[in-house]
Design a protein around this ligand. Structure first.
Ligand code: BEZ
Length: 241
């Protein structure tokens, strides 16, 4: 009886330690940290990320599972917008823990769908297989509270110097908003190009921007007809676009 009890105790302690270790291995990068590097097989061959994409902007999307309806709608909406991303010099990379053979079958099946009465669309971005969960752990794409065997819906926007500039997590139940991802990308590009510039709520390309720090000259000219800057209150100065 005592031997049985000890055996049970040993197994329980071992299982808890393994789970703890598994949880510990999962890291969530932070905004401003370097994008963790990895190599993986994709529907377009071997990818070394982010290095293969040089000094472009990159967006890494994770998906819970292939052949699931919400993920499928996201992949299709992304494919309908892929030209916008390529025209903006952005590379799209999609990944999940499913096998590469499943990724191919899913991609071909999606390319036959007429989504929301539109013509079928080719998926031109790679879909990576992270079957050993290596990438998922590096990018915090596994939520142990949810499920060890699936990815969460994550979106990582990475700048030309390979720093993470935005991280978005979505629940399993809600599909992503591709328009919001485009808006975020455009705002990040705008602020990346000009360090003394930030964008207000609901900003879209072409809208006025906020200038957080003013030079003495700018302060003196503020609100004069020749100034591009205008003040809403002493702590909110905008630049006309
Ligand atoms: C979906 O993408 O449809 C989905 C993914 C995980 C759980 C439930 C639905």
């Amino acid at each position: 009886m005592i031997i049985m009890k000890n055996k049970f105790l040993f197994i329980a302690v071992f299982a808890i330690s393994v789970l703890h270790l598994k949880a510990q291995e999962i890291t969530i990068p932070q905004i401003g940290s370097r994008a963790p590097s990895f190599s993986a097989i994709s529907t377009q061959g071997l990818i070394v990320f982010p290095e293969d994409f040089g000094s472009k902007w990159k967006i890494l999307f994770s998906h819970p599972k292939d052949f699931t309806p919400v993920c499928s709608s996201e992949l299709l909406e992304l494919a309908y917008e892929q030209e916008f991303f390529y025209d903006s010099d952005v590379e799209l990379v999609v990944m999940s823990v499913d096998l590469i053979s499943q990724h191919y079958s899913w991609k071909y099946a999606l390319e036959e769908v007429r989504y929301k009465d539109r013509e079928p669309v080719q998926i031109n971005f790679p879909i990576i297989s992270d079957n050993d969960h290596k990438i998922s752990k590096l990018y915090g794409m596994i939520h142990t509270e949810e499920d060890f065997s699936q990815n969460i819906r994550g979106v990582f926007i990475i700048d030309p110097d390979n720093y993470i500039r935005s991280i978005q997590y979505y629940p399993n139940e809600v599909g992503r908003n591709i328009e919001e991802i485009k808006r975020m990308l455009m705002a990040l590009k705008e602020t990346h190009a000009n360090k003394n510039l930030v964008t207000p709520a609901n900003w879209h390309k072409g809208d006025d921007v906020i200038v957080p720090v003013l030079s003495r000259e700018e302060k003196e000219k503020l609100d004069t007809p020749e100034s591009e800057l205008y003040k809403l209150t002493w702590f909110m100065v905008f630049r006309r676009q």
